[in-house]
Design a protein around this ligand. Structure first.
Ligand code: SF4
Length: 417
């Protein structure tokens, strides 16, 4: 039965509940639209603290694009975007988003998860493809828009005051844009949201430590859902208790010495976009006793704020600092440090680096990660071609043969030691 589903089934009970809650948040939007509430199109990475504090009914356009790919419809929706003038070289997830937005011929799932925008909020984070996609949507529906301009972090661990002030002004611009269109803003509500984000991030740090256990206690797809949940759940669904359950269920597994593969032989890090239309590939290495212990989807869409940067009494300034310091913010120093640290902390044996031709951000970083991890930890990486969003470019058999060869080499290498 599982073979017929487009996705693996989560096996941790709390993650099953998270998956259901994420799906129901998607369906909420048509109800909210029917109630007469304006729909704000934004990105999954648009600051939730502002959206929640102002009670905005939001639809994450790039999540719809991702679902188009997850449900095996990327060929249709990428083609629709290309017919609308978007080059095939543009990020395939964003092409899917534009395709879903620009047609009236959507499947049943999108009938409940899609609502046309009344306002659009784009962002240059993590890449300009995101900003351009949201501009395309705003133009198509002829609605007002605001773009958050996130500067790349050229300053390192301690961004100067002028950079933080600029980023804070961009966030304030988002608030002003929403106020100009009828939303009320209350600074105390924003402080509460930032305090919540700090609490949740501290909990996520505990969870990250548990995930580092040997043997690895959680399957790769469960991790994708669990790490996406803080960004993809509704305000009502994003409860601290849900993440405490995740911590406790993981801790119970770690205490029992439970591992997702019976005899764990290898630990892999997936540094690149997983194929959204074939998440089962993340479980493919398990037949060798190899487990994917961390994937880049966690890094791109996961909850990446450092709780130490969040001060509820200075909400805009601390959100600005956390945004600038996000490891996903270019250029690549933060990302390289993140993956070197992850490879060490997770006791990784090898890195799989699928290169997405249509991504303008990640491929350059992958090469630097490959070199840094080899230099600092002696861990090898395989770089393979794989467009994680556009199934028309997928060759599963070819990819698996590369994975087979890489894993067998890692096993032989480990055996020799
Ligand atoms: S980072 Fe790459 S995959 Fe992600 S939205 Fe930008 S271009 Fe697409």
């Amino acid at each position: 039965m599982d073979e017929e589903l487009p996705l693996p089934s989560p096996d941790l009970p709390v993650v099953q509940d998270m998956q259901i809650a994420i799906a129901s948040k998607l369906a909420d939007i048509t109800r909210q639209k029917a109630e007469g509430r304006p729909v704000v199109w934004c990105s999954v990475l648009t600051p939730k603290e502002i959206l929640f504090s102002m009670d905005v009914a939001s639809l994450c356009g790039n999540v719809l694009g991702a679902y188009a790919s997850i449900f095996g419809m990327s060929a249709k929706y990428c083609q629709l975007a290309e017919d609308d003038g978007i080059a095939r070289d543009v990020c395939s997830v964003n092409r899917c988003t534009i395709g879903v937005c620009c047609t009236d011929d959507r499947e049943g799932f999108f009938e409940t998860a899609f609502a046309p925008p009344d306002l659009v909020i784009g962002s240059t984070f993590p890449c300009t493809a995101e900003a351009k996609t949201f501009l395309h949507v705003a133009k198509k529906y002829n609605v007002p828009y605001y773009v958050i301009d996130v500067p790349i972090n050229t300053w390192g661990d301690d961004p100067p005051k002028h950079a933080i002030d600029y980023m804070a002004s961009q966030l304030k611009g988002m608030i002003d844009f929403l106020r100009a269109h009828g939303y009320a803003f209350d600074m105390d509500n924003l402080k509460e949201e930032v305090a919540f984000a700090r609490r949740l991030n501290l909990l996520m740090q505990e969870i990250d430590l548990l995930k580092q256990a040997v043997p690895h206690p959680i399957r790769a797809f469960d991790t994708v859902i669990a790490m996406t949940a803080p960004l993809a759940l509704s305000k009502a669904g994003r409860q601290i208790e849900l993440f405490e359950r995740l911590r406790d269920e993981l801790k119970a597994r770690v205490d029992k010495g439970f591992g997702v593969v019976e005899e764990e032989k290898l630990r892999l890090l997936w540094c690149g976009l997983c194929p959204l239309y074939d998440f089962k590939l993340l479980n493919y290495p398990e037949k060798y006793g190899a487990v994917v212990v961390k994937s880049m989807l966690e890094f791109l869409v996961g909850f990446t704020c450092d709780p130490e940067t969040l001060d509820p009494e200075k909400p805009l300034e601390s959100m600005a600092r956390a945004q600038l310091l996000s490891p996903a913010n270019p250029p690549y120093r933060g990302a390289v440090d993140y993956f070197v640290r992850a490879a060490r902390d997770y006791k990784v044996d090898g890195i799989v680096g699928p290169v997405m031709r249509s991504c303008g951000l990640v491929p350059g970083m992958q090469r630097l990660v490959k070199d840094a991890v080899a230099r600092e930890l002696g861990i090898p990486t395989i770089l393979v071609d794989l467009d994680g969003g556009d199934q028309r470019e997928y060759d599963r058999a070819g990819l698996c043969s590369h994975l087979d060869a890489f894993i067998e080499t890692l096993l032989a290498r480990k055996g020799r030691r």
